[in-house]
Each structure stands twice: as structure tokens, then as C-alpha cells.
Design a binder for this molecule. Structure first.
Ligand SMILES: Cc1ncc(COP(=O)(O)O)c(C=O)c1O
Length: 417
């Protein structure tokens, strides 16, 4: 096992920034914004709460989370079917631990799913998703993968909006995946950690709405509520899987015991989603959208192939159009490309290989959040009313690393033999 590639690049860039500065950090995806003030106020208020809480989670939080899930996304939710954990990452791991069956993963998909499956000794079956289809998991390809599996039950992880591509699945795509899941006894782990951050044209739909009996949903505080470091995730199990809640609670009780009490109290306020929280999320999502579209336009104009993102804060461009120029420069794989861009231009990106894509495709993941979120949020609230407000100009002025990163990438391409 290696250190998680996202955390590893973050560490490298942080060290390099401390030594010499000047790195454009497109390598690490965390919300750049402060948590909503009401969440911080609740955290402060409960700082003295030093007792252990129930392993399944604070009852008031499970209620608030169930109401949030039901109201916001139309899932059928019940507080008894919610489990609280230290981040949705841990809950996904615990769930994979509790469930039998091969793990079927789209490529690309988030860096940690594969290693989690490997840690648990699961057979991981990869399903190639292609750039023409926006790298979405295709139902027919899932069908083929299911036929390769030898286990009675299978598990797949669906991530919408998706890290690394920013893709959001449509109702029709989800309906087809649900049909295959039923046919082959597939449990769908729906990782909806970016659910608050959608900006496509279609209304967001969760697969839990279309396939409620076999979908487990995870989400949390890290992305939309801008509090990754609080380490709080929630899992909603379907009514048909009461055992799973008991098993996850048991795993919690034998491992992390419970999430820290002040953080759970603060999360009650986030999931209550009152006016101030809604406004906070709305404004931060508007900025994510501007930054993503600005960078998408930039990489596309540079000649990179890149599906247009509809959520989260990532792009997944590939340099295949420059493959022969890169080869002449001695760059054959995505990892060489990322190393070269970091060494020569000070631009940090993650190789597509970390997401399960073949290295020769020269795909990279670009995180769109290298700016001072607090300052940008304040500027946005002040300036958005002006008749002269222009999204591109706003991004260029307040998020200077984004145009700078594009400029350096272009300079790199121009320098190729
Ligand atoms: C797709 C995806 N799922 C899950 C997580 C983990 O989120 P959490 O902070 O809730 O553990 C991340 C974090 O980067 C992610 O990108």
C-alpha cells in the first residue's frame, strides 16, 4: 500500500511552498471556504462537552441529518437508519468491511475506493468509463463487469457529483444503472459527499430515489458545508438493511467509538440548513461554478480534452492531443507529466492513474480550489450586485492562481519540442 496520492501531493506541495513558494496547487481538493458561522458558533458553544456520545451518533444529529436527507434530496430517511462517523471515508470503509461481495468500480473513480477494497482483501473489478461519455459509469459496462464477478452479491460505488470528473448522473443514467443493480444483486454505495455542489442544467437526482431498497448513501460536512477538518460523515442505510446499521454501530464501538461531541453538535446546525447556512452554501457553490467554468474554458482552449464539469470542484483533462510532442520530450506516462509540470512550472496536478485510468491516456485531475476562500467569498458578496460584475474577470482578479496555473500549463505545452 502507498500513502493516499491526494494527501501525499498535498504534503509535497505544502513543503515546497514553505521552502520556495510559488506553486500553483491544482492537486488537492478541499473546500477553501470557512465553515458557516452558525456551525463555528455551535462548535464553540459545545467546546466543553467532553463526554463520549453513542456510537451510532448523537440522536439530535441523526434526526437533523434524516430531515436534511429527506427534505433536500427526497430520500426516504429515518434517524434509526443513520450512522455518524469520522468522515464519510471511514463510513465507506466500514461499509465495505461489513458487506460481502466483489467491488465493482468505475475508472476513473475516487482514489481511495480501490485501496480500501484492497485493504479489505476484496476483489476489485474495474469498469472503464470513457471520456466521450463524460467518464460516467455505463449500465451496459456494469452489466459486463457483473458477469465477471463470481460472488452472489456485488458492491459498486457511484459518486455523483464525481471526483475526479465533476460529472453528475442524469435520472435516465441512474435508472439504467438501477436496473442492472437489481438484475445482478448489486448493492449501490452512493457517495454523495459533493451533493451540495451541483451547477449543471439538470436537477440533481440521487440513485437512492430510484433504487431505494439496495442503495446506501454517504455524505457529510466536508465539501458543501466547508468543514473537511471537522471529520464528520453520515451514512443512510436502506430500510431493507437493518442489520447493516447494527453492524456499523458495532464496528464504530470497537474502533473510533464515536465522533467528537462538539463536532456532532455543530453538525446538527449544518444539517438543519437554516437561512444563513443555505445562503453560505449558495454563495460558495456560485464561486465553485465560476472557478470550474473558468478553468474548463482555459484547458479546453489550450487543446486539452476535458468533459464539462457539472458539480464538485474538479476537472479531468487529458493531454492525449499532445502525446507525440510529449513523447519527444521523454514524457510517456501521466506520472512523468505531473512530475514535469511540478518541477518545471510549479503546477501540482494528480495523475489519472491514481483514479484507475491507464497512464498512457495522459489524464490528470485538476482541483479548482487554489484560492483564499474567505477573501473570495467576501469579495463576491460585495461585488456581485454591481452591473459591471463579470464572472471571468472576478475569478482572474480574486483567484490569481487559477489564471496563473493556466498560463504555466500553456507555457509548458509551448515549450515542447
Ligand atoms: C469522492 C469522495 N468521497 C469521499 C470523500 C471523503 O470525504 P470525508 O471528508 O467525508 O471523509 C472525499 C474527499 O475528498 C471524496 O472526494
Amino acid at each position: 500500500m502507498e500513502h493516499s496520492p491526494t494527501l501525499a501531493i498535498h504534503q509535497r506541495v505544502t513543503e515546497r511552498r514553505e521552502q520556495e513558494g510559488g506553486v500553483v496547487h491544482f492537486g488537492f481538493g478541499e473546500s477553501p471556504f470557512p465553515a458557516p458561522p452558525v456551525v463555528v458558533a455551535e462548535l464553540r458553544k459545545h467546546a466543553g462537552d467532553s463526554r463520549y456520545l453513542p456510537s451510532q451518533g448523537l440522536p439530535a444529529l441523526r434526526e437533523s441529518a434524516a430531515a436534511y436527507v429527506a427534505r433536500r434530496f427526497g430520500h426516504d430517511a429515518d434517524p434509526d437508519r443513520i450512522v455518524v462517523g469520522p468522515g464519510s471515508k471511514e463510513l465507506i470503509f466500514d461499509c465495505l468491511f461489513a458487506l460481502d461481495g466483489d467491488l465493482i468500480l468505475p475508472s476513473p473513480s475516487w482514489v481511495s475506493y480501490g485501496p480500501q477494497g484492497k485493504l479489505l482483501g476484496k476483489r476489485v473489478i474495474r469498469v472503464r468509463a470513457d471520456p466521450e461519455g463524460g467518464y460516467r459509469l455505463n449500465a451496459d459496462a456494469l452489466d459486463v463487469a457483473c458477469r465477471k464477478s463470481r460472488t452472489k452479491q456485488k458492491i459498486t460505488i457511484l459518486n455523483s457529483p464525481c471526483n475526479p470528473t465533476g460529472a453528475v448522473y442524469s435520472r435516465q443514467e441512474l435508472r439504467e444503472i438501477a436496473r442492472i443493480a437489481r438484475r445482478h444483486n448489486v448493492i449501490v454505495l452512493s457517495d454523495e459527499i459533493y451533493v451540495e455542489i451541483t451547477f449543471g442544467r439538470e436537477r440533481y437526482v440521487s440513485i437512492a430515489k430510484l433504487c431505494p431498497e439496495r442503495t446506501i448513501v454517504t455524505t457529510g460536512m466536508s465539501k458543501g458545508f466547508c468543514a473537511g477538518g471537522h471529520r464528520l460523515g453520515i451514512l443512510l442505510a436502506p430500510g431493507t438493511m437493518a442489520d447493516l446499521v447494527a453492524q456499523l454501530t458495532c464496528i464504530a464501538s470497537e474502533t473510533f467509538s464515536c465522533v467528537s461531541a462538539p463536532v456532532q453538535h455543530a453538525a446538527v446546525a449544518a444539517f438543519r440548513r437554516d437561512r444563513a447556512v443555505r445562503d453560505h452554501v449558495r454563495d460558495t457553490v456560485a464561486i465553485h461554478k465560476m472557478a470550474s467554468e473558468y478553468l474548463w474554458r482555459g484547458v479546453t482552449e489550450m487543446g486539452l480534452r476535458c468533459p464539462r464539469p457539472e458539480g464538485a470542484f474538479y476537472l479531468f483533462p487529458d493531454f492525449s492531443a499532445f502525446a507525440s510532442d510529449l513523447r519527444r520530450a521523454g514524457v510517456r506516462a501521466d506520472a512523468d507529466l505531473c512530475a514535469d509540470l511540478l518541477d518545471k512550472q510549479g503546477v501540482a496536478l494528480l495523475p489519472g492513474r491514481a483514479f484507475g485510468v491507464p497512464s498512457r491516456q495522459l489524464a490528470v485531475r485538476l482541483a479548482t480550489v487554489d484560492y483564499d476562500g474567505g477573501a473570495v467569498l467576501r469579495a463576491y458578496r460585495k461585488e456581485r450586485w454591481r452591473t459591471t460584475f463579470r464572472k471571468g474577470e472576478f475569478v482572474a482578479k480574486h483567484c490569481p492562481n487559477l489564471p496563473e496555473g493556466l498560463r504555466r500549463m500553456e507555457e509548458y505545452l509551448d515549450s515542447l519540442p
